[in-house]
Write a protein that binds this ligand. Structure first.
Ligand SMILES: Cc1cc2nc3c(=O)[nH]c(=O)nc-3n(C[C@H](O)[C@H](O)[C@H](O)COP(=O)(O)OP(=O)(O)OC[C@H]3O[C@@H](n4cnc5c(N)ncnc54)[C@H](O)[C@@H]3O)c2cc1C
Length: 470
């Protein structure tokens, strides 16, 4: 690239453009799914969970397994997986927050190690669960290759490797340029690290499989059922929905970026709009050109990273980079952005010049729930029996299963090693107040992106922007 070794050129060769989808993602287009009926009439439950994504469904399943006598219900505004859970890249990683180095800096060595080990265990549990429950979620364990495309990214790879060594973790392996290129023939890669624990999944198949596993346990799942109001009534909590109501002893808010409608949470959360493109199916000859025989997920080390992976039906999913930050809840108009799709196509072609003849067939976007620290949070709303669980900042596929166990322990009043993790104990950091919030978030994103595109984010302005987001 002119003037930089780290990103694609600003001018572009563009293909035909992606095909419009009738659902929010390619994954959610899969046939054979029918939503559960909406809630009608007035009902009661012990635990009512608002939100039918990974967080809500894992939480419901974990509570029901631990306390089968409790009546657990899930209320989902659209259908299971409509939010980020049915639209993501399907990387289930050990990563909590931004990266291992950053995690150590924020929570200290002991807690970072505990979190990492809990995530290793949780990923193995996801595999076991899918096997036991016969969930066909295209699950594989090819590991995660993290690569550098420039000097600044080299430093970040080294920082992660140093953090892993300090924590005594043996599951990160340094890879030289040639070793990376043996794994996937992306010509511009300079070095990387490999972690074997990471899974790849079809996220919509997984979240829909979780819904079915919940139903098998007697959990009531109501789709097309937005919670429109939540109020205390006597000793109980009452959730109002368009066609009925649910009274419950405890409520869990598992609505991710949509939780910004809750006044008590608004000042801690922002929405990150994340985007993905998907190529047509590769021919055997095209797969030979890229190598990639082990078909692992790949991420680069920009501050706003690119990620790519093969899909079970022989395509390449390519996403990341442009990620506008919004001060407010998700705006469905942001789910499609042709300029961003175009830039993703450019960076795809820059990374895989040998696949210049490959068409981009699909593209979509979805809302990520950002917090200042990027570390997810489970906590009680003040003086209430309302728990909230959210804020994965784009890394929730694996961690939501850990969060489900934390929600279980907190709802059942158990003190466990999970309830001592920073996901529970670390307070949320407030964002700058009202009118300043939007402009500061936008400015931070632009600075980081420009730094990524030019030299890799080491200058003073980008350090300042990163600070705002920490
Ligand atoms: C494009 C993209 C790529 C991503 N890639 C990855 C990745 O590869 N790996 C990774 O780890 N993470 C990734 N993520 C992030 C990951 O998808 C999320 O962290 C995770 O899915 C969060 O799950 P959740 O259940 O908390 O939220 P969601 O899946 O967003 O679920 C929240 C649900 O709440 C429902 N809801 C909202 N309001 C109401 C209401 N009032 N009443 C009832 N229901 C309501 C919504 O309809 C939604 O279904 C990506 C995200 C996006 C958008």
């Amino acid at each position: 690239m002119p003037g930089s070794s780290e990103g694609p050129p600003a001018t572009r060769p563009v293909g035909q453009g992606p095909v419009a989808l009738s659902s929010p993602s390619y994954w959610l287009e899969a046939p054979g799914f029918s939503p559960c009926p909406a809630l009608t009439g007035d009902r009661t439950a012990d635990v009512a969970i608002i939100g039918g994504g990974f967080t809500g469904l894992w939480s419901a399943i974990k509570v029901a397994d631990a306390a089968p006598h409790l009546r657990v219900v899930v209320l989902e505004a659209q259908s299971a997986g409509f939010g980020a859970s049915g639209r993501n890249g399907g990387f289930a990683m050990t990563m909590v927050g931004r990266n291992l180095h950053d995690l150590v800096r924020k929570v200290g060595r002991r807690q970072a190690r505990l979190l990492h080990l809990q995530m290793v265990k949780t990923l193995a549990e996801i595999e076991d669960f899918c096997q036991r429950e016969v969930i066909e979620a295209g699950l594989s364990r090819p590991g995660l290759l993290t690569v550098s495309n420039g000097p600044e990214q080299d430093c970040r790879i080294e920082q992660d490797l140093r953090a892993a060594a300090i924590l005594g973790l043996t599951d990160f392996r340094r890879l030289a340029k040639e070793e990376c290129r043996e794994l996937v023939a992306a010509e511009r890669v300079r070095m990387g690290h490999f972690e074997a624990n990471a899974l790849l999944v079809d996220p919509a198949a997984l979240v829909r499989g979780l819904r079915d596993a919940a139903l098998r346990r007697g959990i009531e799942v109501y789709e097309q059922t937005p919670a429109v109001r939540l109020r205390s009534r006597g000793g109980d909590l009452r959730i109002e929905t368009p066609l009925g109501s649910m009274e419950a002893k405890q409520v869990v808010i598992a609505t991710n970026a949509y939780a910004q409608v809750v006044p008590a949470l608004r000042r801690y959360l922002f929405t990150v709009c994340a985007y993905i493109t998907l190529t047509e199916r590769l021919s055997p000859e095209q797969w030979r050109r890229v190598g990639w025989e082990r078909r692992m997920g790949v991420e680069d080390k920009r501050t706003m990273p690119h990620f790519h992976r093969p899909t079970a039906d022989g395509r390449i999913l390519w996403g990341g980079r442009d990620a506008p930050l919004l001060a407010g809840p998700p705006d469905p108009r942001r789910d499609r952005d042709q300029r961003i799709f175009q830039r993703l196509e450019e960076s795809f072609r820059w990374t895989f010049p040998t696949l210049g003849d490959l068409a981009i067939e699909h593209a979509w976007g979805g809302p990520v729930c950002g917090t200042v620290s990027c570390i997810p949070k489970v906590g009680w709303l003040r003086r209430s029996r309302i728990l909230f669980a959210l804020g994965y900042s784009g890394h929730g596929v694996g961690p939501s299963a850990l969060v489900g166990k934390i929600v279980r322990d907190l709802l059942l009043g158990r003190t466990s090693e999970l309830t001592q993790l920073p996901i529970v104990t670390r307070p949320l950091t407030p964002l700058p107040p009202g009118p300043l919030r939007g402009p500061l978030l936008s400015a931070s994103q632009l600075v980081l992106q420009r730094a990524d595109d030019r030299s890799g984010g080491g200058d003073a302005l980008s350090r300042l922007a990163l600070r705002l987001l920490q």
